[in-house]
Design a protein. Structure first.
Length: 78
């Protein structure tokens, strides 16, 4: 039972990071968050990506992951 739970968790995390790479060409959640914010910004993507990279680079990965999931959830609801 425990082995099944561990394998399931590994598959979930593997799927998450594979999804990050497919969607954003990045494994780092903070970098993926910067790309996500840049794509949703009113500015041109190239300019917005520079700004969002600067604003997300000081955050920890867990915080970036939470913000990225919240952004996805917001996208689904809208």
């Amino acid at each position: 039972m425990i082995r099944s739970a561990v394998v399931f968790l590994l598959l979930v995390f593997g799927g998450f990071f594979l999804g990050l790479y497919v969607a954003y060409d990045e494994f780092d959640p903070c970098r993926a968050l910067a790309v996500e914010k840049a794509r949703r910004a009113a500015l041109p993507t190239d300019i917005a990506e520079i700004w969002t990279t600067i604003t997300t680079e000081h955050r920890d990965r867990l915080s970036c992951t939470r913000s990225l999931v919240a952004s996805w959830r917001e996208r689904i609801v809208d």
